[in-house]
Design a protein around this ligand. Structure first.
Ligand code: NAD
Length: 495
């Protein structure tokens, strides 16, 4: 069945066929306990299924299975790991239609966005398949008395706490390098998006990933997420989510000295100088903030405009933002729903507070609905202009379709504004002056910078933050570092 067929059936019946029922532990879907929670379709604000809430014993079993599987997987020839991961990419692509529709219904995003996420997930498996047989060490010259070299060893069982904004691709960006490096996996998807990780784990086994190597446990973060973070058998914890939860996960992991990768979001700037083309800037800013309804850690949520082009850019942006059609993700809208009612209320609270402070609201500013059905959790594409550097709408991660605009006159001022939050994930600079673009790129306190295109880059490049955006890098070759330990071996050549 194509995505359109599955979508049509869902829109008629409100049900999705063959959703996993239980956790995925030891290579199979395990019977679910009686503790269940409803999963909501944000595009309709209606429950469409239930999923299991794990208890400590489910997480315990998952970690035990992963521990057993890690012992044999590290002995598997790298060329064989490479073959299996390539197969995983193929199986994910074969099931892309089903996975994409489940992702839309679970998360609220559009089908085009979900389909893109599934393709990136398959690409991540392909990319790290290519790395599995290239994890070589170095030969180190200590002089004639010794032979010395390094080896990269798998860290063992890895834990992955997944957020709700990119459930498939965040799963893949942790699981694929972990498997390539010879590690096993226990993953916990977010409460509001439990299903695609379960389906992907099933598909990985179909692709030849040994049973027990990838386990998925669904449940509450404060219960099973915390259990995972406390468990000394987890040797690397990869967390993506809010700063508050990331800090408490780090505290839970600290007594065991568990390795951590933290990806905690941002308030990323798009800086546009006076020589930039206003059309191009407006187009970059539009996609930077309204993709995925603004629920992206690296969203371009701050537009920092030179005063000379401010009016031109904002006129174009305002017109485009006001024309956005919000509707259920399966009906080809311009923008989908936000992930939950709770999250919608958080976005609204941020914008209400900005309005109460007298912010210059250019467009949007309120909750809305699917334009066809009147249902769902949607927020209007919103632009708040001319904000002061210390305004909460500039400082706080709103994580919705809300753009905060600041103005500047000099390069120094632009750099200070761009670096002036506690986050440091990504930054973008629009200018035709190559020297200036390089000066600004060097001055940005963040993990990645793009010039003249907000979303430039790809999964081949390392991705991660500075400051409160977190630490560690995912994607790219550097994405393997979290899952390997380097050991130095030295042999004395003395006779
Ligand atoms: P969160 O950080 O609470 O949740 C992220 C993940 O952590 C989920 O899987 C959740 O179950 C788990 N979790 C929650 N409490 C836990 C605990 N005590 N121990 C272990 N795991 C736990 O995020 P949220 O409340 O769903 O969203 C709040 C804010 O987080 C958003 O408004 C946004 O600013 C930010 N966020 C950022 C990202 C990102 O990509 N960096 C993703 C999602 C949310």
């Amino acid at each position: 069945m194509t995505a359109q067929d599955i979508a049509r059936t869902y829109l008629e019946t409100g049900k999705l066929d063959a959703l996993p029922d239980g956790h995925f532990i030891g290579g199979r879907t395990t019977p679910a306990s009686n503790r269940k929670m409803e999963s909501f379709d944000p595009g309709r604000s209606e429950a469409f299924a239930e999923f299991s809430l794990a208890d400590d014993s489910d997480m315990d079993r998952a970690i035990s299975e992963a521990e057993k599987a890690a012992k044999s997987w590290r002995q598997v020839a790298p060329s064989e790991r490479c073959r299996i991961l390539n197969n995983a990419a193929r199986v994910l692509r074969d099931n892309a239609d089903r996975l994409s529709v489940i992702e839309v219904v679970d998360s609220g995003k559009t089908l085009a966005e979900a389909a893109g996420d599934v393709q990136s997930s398959a690409r991540l498996f392909e990319y790290y398949a290519g790395a599995a047989d290239k994890l070589d060490g170095r030969s180190v010259n200590l002089g004639p008395g010794y032979t010395a070299f390094t080896v990269r060893e798998p860290v063992g069982v890895t834990g992955h706490i997944i957020p709700w904004n990119y459930p498939t691709s965040t799963f893949a960006r942790g699981v694929a390098p972990a498997l390539a490096a010879g590690c096993s996996v226990v993953a916990k998807p977010a409460e509001t998006t439990p299903f695609t990780a379960l389906v992907m784990a099933e598909l990985l086994v179909e692709a030849g990933v040994p049973e027990g190597l990838v386990n998925v446990v669904t449940g509450l973060g404060a219960e099973v997420g915390a259990k995972m973070a406390h468990d000394p058998r987890i040797k690397q914890l990869t967390f993506t989510g809010s700063v508050t939860t990331g800090v408490s996960v780090a505290q839970m992991a600290a007594p065991n000295v568990t390795r951590l990768t933290l990806e905690l979001g941002g308030k990323s700037p798009l800086i546009a100088f006076e020589d930039a083309d206003p059309e191009k800037v407006a187009d970059g800013a539009y996609w930077a903030i309204f993709s995925n309804s603004g629920q992206i850690c690296s969203a371009g949520s701050r537009l920092i405009l030179h005063k000379a082009i401010r009016d031109d850019v904002l006129a174009i942006l305002k017109e485009r933002a006001s024309a956005i059609r919000t509707a259920h993700g399966l009906t080809a809208p311009d923008m989908g729903a936000v992930n939950s009612e709770l999250h919608l209320s958080r976005i609204k609270a941020h914008v209400d507070a900005a309005k109460a402070r007298g912010a210059n609201l250019l467009t949007g500013g309120d909750v809305t609905h699917d334009v066809e059905t009147g249902k769902g959790w949607f927020f209007e594409p919103t632009i708040l202009a001319d904000l002061a550097p210390n305004d909460p709408a500039v400082q706080d991660e709103i994580f919705g379709p809300v753009l905060s605009v600041q103005n500047f006159e000099t390069e120094e001022e632009a750099i200070a504004l761009a670096n002036g939050t506690e986050f440091g994930l990504i930054a973008s600079v629009y200018t035709n002056d190559i020297g200036r673009s390089m000066r600004v790129a060097a001055a940005m306190d963040c993990g990645q910078v793009s010039v003249n295109d907000y979303w430039a880059g790809g999964l081949e490049l390392p991705f991660g933050g500075n400051k409160k955006s977190g630490y560690g890098r995912e994607k790219g070759w550097e994405g393997l570092d979290a899952y390997t330990k380097v050991k130095s071996i030295t042999i004395s050549n003395a006779s």
